[in-house]
Design a protein around this ligand. Structure first.
Ligand SMILES: [Zn+2]
Ligand SMILES: [Zn+2]
Length: 295
């Protein structure tokens, strides 16, 4: 399995000199299965750059197929979609109907028990108030697939989705390809009783790579627990590298990737968080735009 990070920021894009090292684009991860299927997790602004890269191959000719798994439909996970050029590539007949076999094909997955409005949300952000091109005018073929708790198969990969803890819900994903497993858990926190989320433990068990929401430092998340004053982030639906390490240890995860970096954290801050995490769990990396991992 090949994994490439195109957007690693949470909440809002933050371009600028202070974020050059880790990057300012919001969530998007490219995954290639061992049999060559393309899976994309989320369509934050990072998907724009992925789209430009894809245009150099089959997608530039209207002959590409990709599966986009949405964790949820908060802005930082959908806002890049209208700028995803491969969605505009396809041939239509004189009546405007897409010509079969000559359009890029996109399969979009969202949760029926988290947000059955994935289609409505993507359509809504392309209404003329916000964007000049309506979803219906995209030349590629867009197919929506609500996920309803059952595993799905994409080529050699089996995809398991579970609901995690986040305002209005979010899906975590486990992608199992042969004996390799990737777990992506962004925008999540744990129950307030101090236990780890059982759904996340199920997804992450024995995985080779856990990509985990590390938006806050433990001190930012819960200042009082660290003898500090300040506003708490409990209940905001995000987590810390320390919780990521707890999950990694509990689930015997081989490698941990910290992602969904806070827009207030510059490169130096994220590097400091990465260093602290590595002291407790050496096989940790803070995700950056362009990071490639081969499982
Ligand atoms: Zn987010
Ligand atoms: Zn969110």
């Amino acid at each position: 399995m090949y994994i490439k990070f195109w957007g690693v920021r949470g909440s809002v894009p933050v371009p600028g000199r202070e974020t050059v090292k880790f990057g300012g684009n919001t969530t998007c991860i490219e995954i290639r299965t061992s049999d060559g299927q393309l899976i994309i997790i989320d369509a934050g602004t990072g998907i724009r750059l992925l789209g430009l890269e894809l245009m150099k191959g089959d997608f530039g000719k209207g002959a590409g197929t990709a599966h986009i798994l949405f964790t949820h439909s908060h802005w930082d996970h959908i806002q890049g979609f209208p700028f995803f050029v491969p969605a505009y590539i396809g041939s239509k007949d004189d009546s405007g109907n897409r010509l079969e076999g000559r359009c890029n094909q996109f399969h979009l997955y969202g949760a029926s028990d988290v947000d059955d409005r994935l289609e409505a949300t993507l359509r809504g952000q392309m209404e003329h108030f916000y964007f000049p091109v309506d979803l219906n005018y995209l030349s590629a073929q867009i197919n929506f697939h609500p996920l309803a708790g059952k595993n799905i198969q994409i080529g050699s990969a089996t995809i398991t989705a579970r609901r995690l803890i986040h305002p209005n819900g979010v899906l975590g994903y486990r992608i199992q390809d042969g004996d390799k497993a990737l777990c992506v858990a962004t925008d999540c926190e744990h129950p307030s009783d101090g236990n780890l989320d059982k759904n996340l433990l199920e997804l992450a068990q024995d995985c080779n790579l856990l990509v985990y929401d590390s938006q806050y430092t433990p001190e930012e998340y819960n200042p009082e627990a660290h003898g500090m004053k300040g506003p708490t982030k409990i209940g905001w639906g995000h987590s810390t590298y320390a919780e990521g390490i707890r999950v990694a240890n509990e689930c015997k995860v081989a490698r941990l990737i910290l992602t969904h970096h806070d827009p207030l954290h510059n490169d130096a801050k994220i590097a400091d968080m990465e260093k602290k995490a590595q002291e407790a769990f050496p096989a940790t990396l803070a995700a950056y735009e362009g990071l490639v991992i081969q499982l």
